[in-house]
Design a protein around this ligand. Structure first.
Ligand code: PMT
Length: 403
């Protein structure tokens, strides 16, 4: 494997010599890129001797750019490891800065990047650093948890760079997982390539008057994750989304609607060509029978307001009733008796499959993770809690085994 080690300014920079040695000993090819801060702590010559390659440290070195330009270097690597990753580097990477060779490489690469942060414990716990870490994780950076212990400055706490052996093992483990993911992707592609998937996502808003509505806490993340993964493995995806604040995944056609009635009409228009329909939207069961044309005013002398609600069409049940219908997958969002209520919905709505999830405080709605139980008449599979992307992947794999 070709490993590019980025070394940034920090007292832990010397530990990356041992990391370089471990990779070389295991038969990997290593190139080292140092920031100017790193060179304040350690000499490039040491890395050059261990890696057997000249150390790269400048974006504007004409000799080096002729040999292997920063874009070529970004393409050369199979894996990038930045150790130590300073607080400044985390902030620059979060912003997408490209003002030195290392940050430019990161912006220019699509290869996996692992960061081993190292800094003073107060810097590590600083809200800005933690926010940078969270955002980088969301963007797919693998970030190792710093170790705890005595720090160079005399403080004791979390912020030490993990030991070289820990980083080395984490890279190996990550690579094994990458290979597994690629295999899983190939398997999914075998079924989903060319299939047409219709997905609903997000809440519906039911108007009370021109300024107010009845809504719910669905963010759309679950349905968008399904659409994104399905498109990545070659499905033709149409996503019908209620009001959400998410960007449309690449290669997904997204239709925006507001109310349950609008979602119903969009589904009716697109369902005929679908091989699979997944109803992940939290559709309002009721709407206001007669939304007011003007903003409702408080009635003098009255402490109450009565709204008359009328039933919305049940979209997923309607799809499941059609003579020619896709494979129909519903969701069940429950706060109690989750599996029992989900099984009842599977039957009463005549679905091929239902995905049960517990919702409530910090569960299901709005979260980045979820824990679905996939239920058909014959099978039941509980997925362990994981990201919505992982849940979507497992759900699509389950469907591909059934259909
Ligand atoms: O959007 P997130 O923040 O990521 O949260 C994800 C989620 C919790 C919303 C999602 O995982 C989920 O459970 N979606 C279904 C929510 C829901 O409305 O469940 P329900 O049990 O009320 O409805 C059962 C099924 O009927 C669902 O497939 C629903 O889409 C469908 N339905 C409901 C009412 C209606 N009028 N028409 C429908 O099609």
């Amino acid at each position: 494997m070709k490993i590019l080690i980025g070394v940034t300014g920090g007292i832990a920079a010397y530990k990356s010599l041992e990391l370089t040695r471990l990779f070389i000993k295991a038969g990997h090819e290593v190139q080292v890129v140092m920031t100017s801060g790193a060179k304040e702590f350690i000499q490039p010559l040491s890395f050059q001797a261990l890696s057997g390659n000249p150390v790269r440290d400048s974006l504007f070195d004409t000799n080096q750019e002729m040999g292997m330009g920063h874009i070529e270097l970004a393409r050369w690597a199979d894996q990038i490891v930045i150790a130590p990753a300073s607080a400044e580097t985390l902030a620059k990477l979060r912003m997408g800065r490209a003002d030195d060779l290392l940050t430019t490489l990161v912006v220019a690469t699509d290869k996996p990047i692992m960061l081993a942060p190292a800094m003073n414990k107060v810097m590590w716990s600083n809200a800005a650093t933690q926010e940078n870490v969270a955002i980088l994780q969301q963007r797919g950076f693998e970030i190792l948890q710093p170790a705890s212990g005595e720090q160079a400055c005399g403080d004791v706490g979390e912020g030490r760079m993990p030991e070289p052996q820990v980083i080395f093992d984490a890279v190996n483990q990550f690579q094994v997982q990458q290979v597994k993911n690629q295999q899983a992707c190939l398997e999914l592609r075998r079924f989903w390539k060319g299939k047409t998937l219709l997905v609903t996502a997000g809440p519906t808003y039911e108007a009370i008057d021109p300024v107010r509505f009845i809504g719910n806490r669905s963010s759309g993340k679950m349905g968008f994750a399904i659409a994104e993964v399905a498109a990545k493995v070659g499905a033709k995806v149409t996503l019908i989304a209620g009001p959400v604040n998410l960007s449309t995944p690449v290669k997904v056609e997204c239709l925006n609607v507001r109310s349950a009635q609008q979602m119903f009409e969009a589904v009716q228009q697109h369902v005929a060509s679908a091989d699979v329909f997944i109803s992940a939207a939290a559709v309002a069961d009721f709407r206001v029978a007669e939304p007011a044309a003007q903003k409702l005013k408080k009635q003098a002398g009255s402490d109450e307001m009565v709204l008359t609600l009328t039933k919305n069409p049940d979209i997923v049940a309607w799809v499941a009733q059609q003579d020619t219908k896709p494979f129909v997958v519903g969701f069940a969002a429950e706060t109690e008796n989750v599996l029992e209520y989900a099984r009842t919905k599977l039957r009463s709505k005549n679905l091929d499959m239902i995905c049960a999830n517990q919702v409530g405080e910090n569960l299901g709605f709005e979260q980045d993770s979820n824990a679905l139980t996939l239920i058909t008449e014959q099978q039941e599979k509980a997925l362990p809690s994981s990201t919505k992307t992982q849940q979507a992947t497992d759900l699509l794999r389950f469907i591909s085994d059934l259909v």
